[in-house]
Design a protein around this ligand. Sequence first.
Ligand SMILES: Cc1cc2nc3c(=O)[nH]c(=O)nc-3n(C[C@H](O)[C@H](O)[C@H](O)COP(=O)(O)OP(=O)(O)OC[C@H]3O[C@@H](n4cnc5c(N)ncnc54)[C@H](O)[C@@H]3O)c2cc1C
Length: 377
Amino acid sequence: MPADRDREVDVAIIGAGPAGCAAALTIATYTDLRVTMIERDITANKPGEMLPPDVVQLLEYLDIGTACLADGHKEAHRILAAWGAPELADRSLLFSGGRPAWHVDRTLFENQLRDAAQKRGVDQWHANLSSAVRTNTGWLLSGSDGDKVKTRFVVDASGRAARVARRESCPLHASDQTFAAWRIFDLPASRDHKCAGATMIEAVPDGWWYSSGLPGGRLAVAFFSDLDLFRDQRVNQAGGWQRMLRNSRHTATRLTEASHASAIQTRSATVRYFARAHGRDWIACGDAALTVDPLSSMGISLGLLTGIHAGRLAAAACGGIEIADSGYSSEIRRLATEHFETRRRFYAQETRWPDYPFWARRSSAAPETAPAAEMTA
Ligand SMILES: Cc1cc2nc3c(=O)[nH]c(=O)nc-3n(C[C@H](O)[C@H](O)[C@H](O)COP(=O)(O)OP(=O)(O)OC[C@H]3O[C@@H](n4cnc5c(N)ncnc54)[C@H](O)[C@@H]3O)c2cc1C
């Protein structure tokens, strides 16, 4: 138990991913409020490493600038897609408008954000949040280490766990039950055929493949499909994953020279949002408020953006401003509606397999209130 932890803070942030760090950095940079950030696993191997060009402005607002991107990450200039047609087409300009996107080392990127927060005085509490209970003056948070912290305001940046948004029984709107199974291969750019580390997307009858070069001569490869197919085909096991890979053309070719594969990890990639994402003494940001399709590569930058908003509103609430009418939840709903429509149009471009369940399920419009099951494989 850390001996010097403030037992009372103004703002407690659950989760130190991109959204939690953005909220912490916003408060620590622009106010004098006391902040603690609770995180259960700082070594987690999270998926997702492609960042859009706009991330630069968000990092500048957080006073980190591009220095952190220059250190251990690399610019991404090429995106190839076999989507709607069997051949690979260059989609780079569609994605970035000519400016470079970024391939980041995800673990390093999050460590850089946490370090910056720590240097600005944010207390880092390494524990699993076991309970969050309302009191007369705010909240009492308890950690798995037995420590307790009183706080006036809670920022829920706990990712898909959405600890507070669920506790507050906020209505959840979810799309289909997309799942991802990914692994990391060793594949230096020199052995990566014509792709040389580029990001590649390839549609197949049962879903789609994503592969992308990582700093350090590695390649992240993920398969996205539906939960029922994952279960039927045992995609979370090496045999099932390889069987699915055989249905691809470009991704399988790309992997012919790859060596050493990491274990397969799976995670829900369902697109969903909470129709109410804040109250007078709490706010949800990042995946805890709204998750987007990994196809968009927007999850991390949206986490930073909504984390910044959450940090500002947390500070306002601590300053005595009523935030219930701030419009934050309606902004989350607007972003979600826009995303669902863009996503629907993008999936509609793939018309080769209308009778396959994966594509048939994605041809309809917006989702309705249908909480998605979370697979724990
Ligand atoms: C397969 C896949 C590929 C993806 N690819 C991309 C991509 O290329 N680009 C992109 O931008 N996005 C991508 N995403 C999305 C991106 O990973 C998420 O949008 C992003 O991680 C959201 O950040 P966050 O801070 O909201 O949540 P998270 O990064 O999930 O952070 C939440 C944190 O809360 C902590 N936490 C949860 N519960 C507790 C608790 N009880 N106590 C303490 N700590 C807790 C967790 O340990 C975690 O560190 C991808 C997602 C998937 C599934």
